[in-house]
Unconditional design. Structure first.
Length: 261
């Protein structure tokens, strides 16, 4: 799609339109062989949409910008075009879902956390700001400055891999940062159940609220001293450890000591 045919991008909605065909193909072919329903979030002026529609699967789009309705209906049934904010949608479709989106950078994390809580979303192909992507890409058992609450949440529920790096020049208008496309496959048996997502999310946020401070002291804002000491002893962990040194399995084990599964 040439840049001359694209409408203006609304900065308030964080719009940057992908124009490079090789990246479009990588994204739209990611899970094409899965038996699933496809949902595209934020299709904009139908850039990924035509290629996704060709997979001959049930296909819905969720778009906040009403300007694009006429463009989208060229590729999607009118009653399959949902005009509204994705953050307010229930995503209650039945059956396994492959969700595809070039996420607005300003709300990418809230959207990813929302999608993670929808069990029927089995696969995701998401473009995000490179910095956000790197926070979700660390290998299992990794530790260090990049490990944080977002990584621990995503790693518990999904296997994530890098699909491709996308430079600013691939967009109209070009963003000021690099982007990455990530490929997500939901884990059949996460260590922490999806029903416990909210508690696990709160625990991770507290745990990593000050990653360089001793975790025993950080957790005092939420739990009694005796409970903390008992949990750490049962997990074989030192109270002087800092959150940035924790492995994923240690985070899960410690959570279970406080809250179960």
């Amino acid at each position: 799609m040439s840049s001359t045919k694209l409408p203006f991008a609304d900065k308030k909605l964080g719009q940057h339109f992908l124009r490079d065909k090789k990246y479009i193909q990588k994204i739209t072919d990611d899970f094409k062989d899965q038996d699933c329903l496809i949902i595209e979030v934020g299709p904009g002026p139908a850039i990924l949409t035509p290629s996704l529609a060709k997979h001959d699967k049930e296909f819905y789009v969720v778009e906040k910008d009403e300007r694009f309705f006429d463009r989208l209906k060229e590729h999607v049934k009118e009653d399959h075009i949902i005009l509204g904010d994705a953050l307010e949608q229930e995503f209650a479709w039945e059956g396994p879902i492959w969700l595809v989106s070039n996420l607005p950078y300003n709300i990418s994390v809230p959207l990813i956390l929302k999608f993670t809580q929808k069990k029927n979303i089995q696969w995701m192909t998401l473009m995000v700001q490179k910095e956000v992507g790197e926070r979700m890409l660390a290998p299992h058992h990794s530790k260090g400055n990049d490990r944080g609450s977002l990584m621990c949440l995503i790693e518990n529920y999904f296997d994530v891999k890098m699909l491709c790096h996308v430079p600013p020049g691939a967009f109209v208008p070009p963003p000021k940062v690099d982007s990455v496309v990530l490929s997500f496959t939901r884990k059949a048996k996460p260590e922490i159940t999806l029903e416990s997502f909210k508690k696990y999310e709160e625990f991770c946020r507290i745990l990593f609220s000050n990653r360089r401070k001793q975790v025993g002291k950080v957790l005092k804002s939420k739990y009694e001293k005796e409970r903390i000491e008992r949990a750490f002893k049962n997990c074989g962990l030192e109270l002087t450890r800092r959150a940035e040194t924790f492995h994923q399995d240690e985070v899960c084990s410690l959570y279970k000591e406080f809250h179960g599964n």
